[in-house]
Design a protein around this ligand. Structure first.
Ligand SMILES: [Zn+2]
Length: 308
């Protein structure tokens, strides 16, 4: 931001706060509040995905937009929309952060998820508004094409038909809830030792890597690592993360009557990097299930066109 932009930004913020009676003195405490921060970070990720995809995808072939949601007209809420110019096919992208603290190494095998020793990142992928009243359950079930009972069992879950692609930044998997100097609870980038090793394998820029070996607690290094891993984004087709025989993903809801084929997306789909200790040195871990690095978005989306 240059100086006039900065001044404009400050005056916009002041005016906005004034119009809603928000004291600018409290703004910092408000945006770092544990209830508020996840919403802001989720929204911020949508915008960063929008500009990232505009950078990656060829403008001749694709049109990337960020639709403005209109609650009144009931237009479906699409985070980022990608249009294939030649066919006019629309691909909707749902942006989800990894689950807080969601990085781990599997301690035991779990059907359809991981083998023992696999490195994984859990993605938080659930509907924020759940549907409870009978009337709403009926209409939602109809819309999803499932029975009312099946809907009730999975009421906080998406179906593959709700969007085409989920995009996930894995950074949040290395966050924990901590305290700032004043004892306020807030989110902190705090990778475990295994987490740091994993991030290192993903190859941060050289200076970060060197710094990581030498000054693990240096705050500049932490910032560089934090930024690096936030930008590690993976894409998956919704068809490949929903419970089905083809995906071999199994439903974790106890009351589900169709555990191998119910069609719902689990609350925490998993990006599985396999056992990275078995990789040759220098080989960058890559998901071994159907997730794909954002750098490969163009090919990924092209292949997806045939399936939607
Ligand atoms: Zn199920």
């Amino acid at each position: 931001m240059n100086t006039p932009q900065k001044e404009q930004w400050i005056s916009d913020m002041r005016e906005y706060c004034r119009s809603l009676n928000i004291s600018t003195n409290d703004l910092y405490r408000i945006v770092t509040d544990l209830k508020i921060a996840p919403m802001i970070r989720g929204k911020a990720f949508e915008f960063s995905m929008y500009s990232r995809l505009r950078q990656i995808l060829s403008v001749e072939e694709w049109t990337v937009t960020k639709p403005v949601m209109n609650a009144q007209t009931g237009v479906p809420d699409i985070d980022v929309m990608v249009k294939h110019n030649l066919t006019n096919k629309i691909i909707s992208i749902e942006c989800k952060l990894a689950s807080k603290g969601g990085f781990g190494v599997a301690k035991k095998a779990q059907e359809g998820v991981a083998k023992k020793g696999d490195y994984f990142v859990k993605v938080k992928c659930m509907r924020s508004r759940t549907t409870k009243t009978d009337e709403r359950v009926e209409s939602a079930a109809k819309k999803f094409g499932v029975s009312k009972e099946a809907f009730r069992v999975h009421s906080d879950q998406y179906r593959a038909s709700n969007f085409n692609v989920v995009a996930t930044s894995i950074g949040n998997a290395f966050y924990e809830t901590g305290e700032d100097e004043d004892g306020n609870q807030m989110y902190k980038f705090q990778p475990t030792e295994e987490g740091k090793q994993f991030i290192k394998r993903l190859k941060p820029p050289l200076d970060t890597e060197v710094a990581l070996q030498e000054f693990v607690d240096d705050s500049d290094t932490e910032t560089a690592l934090q930024e690096f891993v936030y930008n590690k984004v993976y894409l998956a087709s919704s068809l490949d993360i929903a419970v089905s025989k083809e995906s071999s993903i199994v439903c974790g809801k106890r009351a589900c009557l169709d555990k191998y084929n119910c069609g719902f997306i689990p609350n925490y789909p998993v990006i599985n990097f396999g056992n990275i200790e078995e990789l040759l040195p220098g080989v960058i871990p890559s998901p071994k299930n159907r997730w794909v690095e954002i750098e490969k978005a163009q090919l990924f989306l092209k292949e997806l066109l045939a399936r939607i």
